[in-house]
Ligand binder design. Sequence first.
Ligand code: A2P
Length: 279
Amino acid sequence: MENVNLLKLADGQLMPQEGFGLYKITDQSTITSSIRNAYNAGYRLFDTAQLYKNEAEVGAALQELSLPRKKLFITTKVAEPNQGFKRTILSVKDSLHKLKLDYVNLLLIHWPIERAFFDTWAALEELKKQGLTRSIGVSNYQIIHLQYLATQAHEMPVMNQVERHPRLNQKPLIEYDHQHGIVTQAWSPLGRGTILTNPILEKIAKKHGKSPAQIVLRWHLQSGVAFIPKSVHEARIKQNIDIYNFSLTAEEMAAIDGLNDFTRVGKEPALVYEYNQKW
Ligand code: A2P
């Protein structure tokens, strides 16, 4: 933890730049051991979502491990079927019940959808007022969604969590977020592991005596974005936070930026918006 940078969100809350993603980890024993290993390795930010169907298991793990609440930064996200003012409020109370928490540090709208675009955001503003979350933000919002939100929001998101990895480097969006005081956080920072055999990454890794995954995570760090790698393996969990004792040169950063080819591992946000759901 000592090594992990803290970013100051626009509302004043401090957020670890690196966190631990809990996507696709669902069974209780794996969740408990992953959170234990991650906490021991220094991670303090844990990222879940209603869609991951593991909030109750995460809550049970936090309780079993007796981790100090004040040291933790917990994020959850409102799923598409729960969007809309009332349903969002009820579903977040249910999330808190499952997580066995009085508040989360950060609450996000998981995907923009047309059906409940402004109402869901109004619910997040209300939940923040009620103290059930410290900060509010969005996920998978493109520039156009942020601009549209700004037409009715009373306060703007402090965070935008989006797919980001070397094949989708999101330069214009990161620049827009930055200009508007929004921290960008990368989900699937390793591109679900699919990019790790890229020869350019392998070459840079060899030069630094690091793994390609560590090179990619260091690239996120030096790009100024937040990032949440996921692994269920202790060695990888440790490896993914052991990135604070070397740095990439400007040329190496540029070479990794050059791997962008607009390949997504997840859904296209504009289509989720139009269809009101993932497909
Ligand atoms: P596993 O959980 O079996 O370790 P992302 O965070 O981009 O979604 O990537 C997660 C994927 O990458 C998971 O399949 C994870 O597998 C794998 N992964 C995580 N860390 C590493 C690493 N250091 N080296 C190789 N693969 C990794």
